[in-house]
Design a protein around this ligand. Structure first.
Ligand code: SF4
Ligand code: SF4
Length: 243
């Protein structure tokens, strides 16, 4: 993973909603090390780690699960290093059943800034082509890396605002994600998100086509659960949040 930063709980946890605070689940936690991946490096390393036979047998949803588990293994290795160095450390992931606000943690740790225009996290080199993959919760107040001083949206003509074929964004800072969810559920944006592609920052760092399809597919799973689409329409809202 090529992006990381440290945030102290005092700097973000009090502002999180009840139920998503790190302090509610990790007694004694003081800091988080937020880990992310920008551009294609992580996916290329994953592809390079597979044998020819694995390449052939590992397609579609199996490939998504295999990539996620391979990336998780890298994070757990870092947790092991920290434990051996004497820290109490535990990893949390964006798709854990009890979700935490990873965008807020990543911003406080200086990995990315959140666009005030559309729902994109932006990095000075990688633009919106970043994945926040995990955070390692530790029991020590580590020195924080600090937020990024990066404000690409001021003065930008905001091509991202008009790019969505489903009209998810009507004006800066206003989104209707249910429109995005419906559009995707009917097969739209399977290959990628036009809003992300419209952003001029870090275009040369865009994900590989397969990597982008995998990301879209993972996000669609999250949206189905969140908006009660597909088989999730039969599951009551309160129950959906437990999965
Ligand atoms: S296109 Fe411009 S306004 Fe939109 S997210 Fe990118 S930098 Fe910000
Ligand atoms: S995935 Fe498609 S529908 Fe959703 S915001 Fe991006 S362009 Fe719009």
């Amino acid at each position: 993973m090529n992006l990381w930063g440290i945030a102290r709980l005092d700097d973000f946890d009090p502002a999180l909603c009840r139920g998503s605070k790190i302090s509610e689940r990790h007694e004694g936690a003081r800091s988080v090390i937020v880990i992310g991946a920008g551009g294609r490096d992580l996916f290329d390393s994953y592809l390079g780690s597979m044998s020819v036979r694995e390449h052939a047998s590992n397609a579609g949803s199996a490939r998504i699960a295999s990539f996620a588990s391979w990336a998780r293994h890298l994070v757990e290795n870092e947790v092991g290093h920290l434990k051996r160095a004497g820290y109490a450390a535990q990893a949390v992931y964006p798709n854990d059943p009890r979700q935490t606000c990873f965008a807020q943690m990543a911003e406080t740790a200086g990995l990315v800034v959140a666009s005030p225009v559309v729902d994109l996290l932006l990095h000075p080199k990688f633009g919106p082509w970043v994945d926040v993959r995990a955070a390692i919760v530790v029991d020590t107040a580590l020195p924080s890396t600090g937020e990024l001083e990066f404000d690409p949206c001021s003065g930008c003509s905001a091509p991202c605002l008009k790019a969505c074929p489903a009209g998810t964004y009507s004006e800066a800072g206003r989104s209707e994600l249910a429109r995005c969810a419906d559009h995707r559920q009917s097969g739209g944006c399977y290959e990628g998100c036009d809003v992300r592609r419209a952003c001029p920052i870090g275009r040369d760092q865009a994900f590989a086509p397969e990597q982008e399809r995998m990301r879209q597919s993972q996000k669609l799973s999250w949206m189905r659960r969140t908006f009660g689409l597909g088989i999730w329409r039969w599951v009551p809202t309160g129950l959906r949040r437990r999965f």
